[in-house]
Design a protein around this ligand. Sequence first.
Ligand code: AMP
Ligand code: MN
Ligand code: MN
Ligand code: MN
Length: 276
Amino acid sequence: MSLKYDLHSHSTVSDGTLTPGELVALAADSGVDVLALTDHDNVSGMPEARVVAQEKGIRLIPGVEVSVSWNGYTVHILGLNIDPEAEDLLAGLQQLCDYRRWRAEEIGRRLAKKGIPGAYEGACALATGALVGRLHFARFLVQQGHAQDIKRVFQKYLVKGKPGYVNGEWAGLEDALDWICKAGGMAVIAHPARYNMTRGKLRRLIGEFKELGGRGLEVVSGSHSKDEYFTMARHAQDFALLASAGSDFHGPENPWINLGQLPDLPPGSEPVWNHF
Ligand code: AMP
Ligand code: MN
Ligand code: MN
Ligand code: MN
């Protein structure tokens, strides 16, 4: 029997709804053998996750999902199998979390101008972890009846061109790769099909990423279609990059993305986990 891998997941440390311990326990109970905890811009969930992983007999891969700005796009870079105590990584992530605090206040100010007061406070109350993200705002806005569900609330308020959108000023690609590599990790482009880039733009990103020491593409993702698995697998092969698989699980209230149910990588892919 081959092992079940899920190398992309979120806890309450960022914008997931389960604590690190609850997440690891659910992954183990769902049949996952190897789980990467990859919270946005933060690694403070690792000690708790590690304890439960040991209790449950599941392998925990310490990870992070770094927010990067690249040519006007926000791109997410996963660091897998990192040392969560590496100094440069922690210093870099601290800057991103500081920026997130300012951005959250700014989102609150912009929504207030549009007649929605208290969104910053509301989002903070829903964020029990290290950072406040757009998903916390989305949950607050749904609770307040401003839209029917999370998808619609993003479309109405939180994406580019909408009142609650603040253009992110995240890490540079080079910085993110530097932090991950110095932390002994493997850098992987998260959900590469989700950036609305032309094929040429995406391949430029992949090329630069590889030049800077990037190792893989997330080929199978909870947010990719089946066709996209194959397209991304081909890009990975063209650039001699490894292939990763992750659900991008944020909590059990999104029943269409479950832990432990990812399909196999397309044939010809070299799995990133063979190189941990
Ligand atoms: P942030 O990093 O705070 O800007 O928020 C990005 C996060 O918001 C992603 O990791 C998702 O969890 C969530 N997100 C972004 N766009 C959408 C969307 N259209 N629908 C649902 N969730 C989204
Ligand atoms: Mn998220
Ligand atoms: Mn992401
Ligand atoms: Mn994610």
